[in-house]
Design a protein around this ligand. Structure first.
Ligand SMILES: NC(=O)c1ccc[n+]([C@@H]2O[C@H](COP(=O)([O-])OP(=O)(O)OC[C@H]3O[C@@H](n4cnc5c(N)ncnc54)[C@H](OP(=O)(O)O)[C@@H]3O)[C@@H](O)[C@H]2O)c1
Length: 258
């Protein structure tokens, strides 16, 4: 039976992806995040609702060696996975130097270093299966520079570019790589990112639900899509960004986050 490992599965989009995989495919699940209580609650609800095996690991992915610890945990428990979902991530809004070196570095670790490390560490296992999937969660912020969310947007451009490159490298293997770019989604993202009232108000006008994003993400992954922007508004937004002068796009975005 299929088994998926999902990072950032304690809430938001990651939790919704877990529910989607359980309801659509009856996948067994491995849930990763920091909040042990939320993971335990989600694991119990999923296994009782769908009769699947669900285990969890509470770990801070920003901590040194976290990706290796995730692999060691799966090895100790003799879990084999055929779906890897790199969803854990967060933003920090405001001036670049509002945050310490450690804070910006930890965000880069969680948003881009750990996803790459997990892909590398789990690739042999994924390649040993007849068909397997990597689902990386990028963002609509991947398509432009976002002043006052500069580091976050750059980590998402990285993930998008990395996912597309890896997908081509693996095109003759059984491993399919999909990048999903959600736009504003109604989760705790804005709280951790410390988005101000202007940004929150704009987000609320176009917010999608985590469930809607998860449905698109899981469908796209199984369909073997390379890259999907969730929702029509976000698709149009990315097209406008491509069409318009970069400085104009950046100044418009800047007003939301300064
Ligand atoms: N919401 C949006 O508007 C939006 C838009 C575009 C892209 N995204 C992307 O979607 C993904 C999911 O975000 P979300 O919107 O669902 O936000 P969320 O509700 O804040 O969920 C973030 C998830 O990541 C986990 N996480 C954060 N830091 C972690 C760490 N150091 N170690 C382990 N787990 C960690 C959180 O769990 P714990 O707190 O329990 O550790 C949580 O499960 C992120 O990659 C985000 O960049 C979100």
């Amino acid at each position: 039976m299929s088994r998926a490992l999902i990072t950032g599965a304690s809430k938001g989009i990651g939790k919704a992806i877990a529910w989607e995989l359980a309801s659509q495919k009856k996948c067994n699940l491995l849930l990763i995040a920091r909040s042990e209580g939320l993971l335990k609650e989600t694991a119990k609800a999923l296994s009782e609702t769908f009769g699947i095996e669900v285990d969890y690991l509470a770990i801070d992915l920003a901590a040194h060696g976290a990706a290796r610890k995730v692999l060691e945990w799966t090895s100790q428990k003799t879990y084999q996975i055929d779906i890897l979902v790199n969803n854990a991530g967060y933003g920090l809004s405001g001036p670049f130097d509002k945050y310490s070196l450690e804070e910006n570095t930890q965000m880069m670790e969680v948003n881009m270093v750990v996803p790459v490390q997990l892909c590398q560490l789990f690739l042999p296992m994924l390649q040993s299966r007849p068909k397997s999937y990597i689902l990386n969660i990028a963002s609509s912020a991947a398509y432009q520079a976002v002043p006052y969310l500069s580091v976050y947007a750059a980590t998402k451009s990285f993930i998008l570019s990395y996912s597309r490159g890896l997908r081509q490298e693996l095109r003759h293997s059984g491993v399919s790589v999909t990048a999903i770019s959600p736009g504003s989604t109604d989760t705790d993202f804005v709280v951790r990112a410390q988005i101000g009232p202007k940004g929150v108000k704009t987000a609320q006008k176009v917010n999608m639900t985590a469930q809607a994003v998860a449905l698109i993400a899981v469908k796209s992954m199984f369909a073997g899509k390379a890259e999907v922007i969730t929702g029509l508004i976000n698709k149009v937004g990315a097209f406008m960004v491509w069409l318009m002068p970069k400085a104009l796009v950046e100044k418009t975005a800047m007003k939301l986050y300064e």
